[in-house]
Ligand binder design. Sequence first.
Ligand code: KG4
Ligand code: ZN
Length: 323
Amino acid sequence: MILALETSCDETAAACLAVDGRLLSSVVASQAGLHARYGGVVPEVASRRHLELVVPVVREALERAGAGLDAVETVAVTQGPGLIGALLVGLSAAKALAWSRRLPLVPVDHLHGHVASLFIGPEPAEPPLVCLLASGGHTMLLDVPEPSSYRVLGTTLDDAAGEAFDKGARLLGLGYPGGPALDRLAQRGDPDAYRFPVARVPGLDFSFSGVKTALMYAVRDLPAGELERRRADLAASYQRAIVRALVERALAAAGGAGAARLAVVGGVAANSELRARLAGTGAILTPLELCTDNAAMIASAARYTRGIPYPDYLGIDAYASLS
Ligand code: KG4
Ligand code: ZN
């Protein structure tokens, strides 16, 4: 089986996946509570917490899989992109595990990991696909011709969709992480109360800075004391604008194939309005528990990524950004 680690941001995660793609265990220790008081992820705090959590989380993943280290044939780990200090904790732990058992190591690209969340059993998606990857760090349309590769068709020119949700939530006085909180509040609001703009940039790119600014002005222009009464309507209207932009562009990218070949992954794929808009269209929505960062998707990507034999991986480094 494959043992995978993921520590690119503020989730410490480990998972065990059978080589045939069956998920045996997936453990995610979220640090969200730890960062909430700062209103966002503090990189140095995240690295330290990963250090404390990585061994217990790996232990728990093995325990839940009913396996010991003897059963591990391959170790996989997120190499980047992400917070460099956070990545280094996972990479060092994975190197140590692989080296001590003379196993191969598979360094995984985090974005490929999100895509590979689609290929976990019992009903894996089958490429070719057009994939919308919407997370806190990225918003991209990808052409996925096969499980092992992807090509970028479009990307955000400014904020990622998840970032837009988080910043909007902050403007509305909701806590961190903002996406899920805004999603919950929006369910009580009127999505037609405000008309927030959807940026129309050329091609298949996205832009979310305009809608964020529009929300900022809407909040600023409210009469004193009105925010509390209008908060749910603002959240619902703001969410609708973001979801509309995502769905329009994704369907455009899918082109003639329509939603039938469209798949959606990443933290924002957990958004209830996005899921509702695409339900019944034939689009593939990655399972809720695999939307936000996890190690199961990293293990899945490792099935389609060339491993590095023992001990050649000891010198590899993490990378913070794609470029
Ligand atoms: O994929 P992910 O866990 O981390 C990155 O790779 O960035 O995505 C996290 C992002 C955060 O911005 C979070 O607010 C957003 O996904 N998110 C949501 C929802 N759940 C998570 N955004 C909108 N609605 C949700 N239900
Ligand atoms: Zn992610």
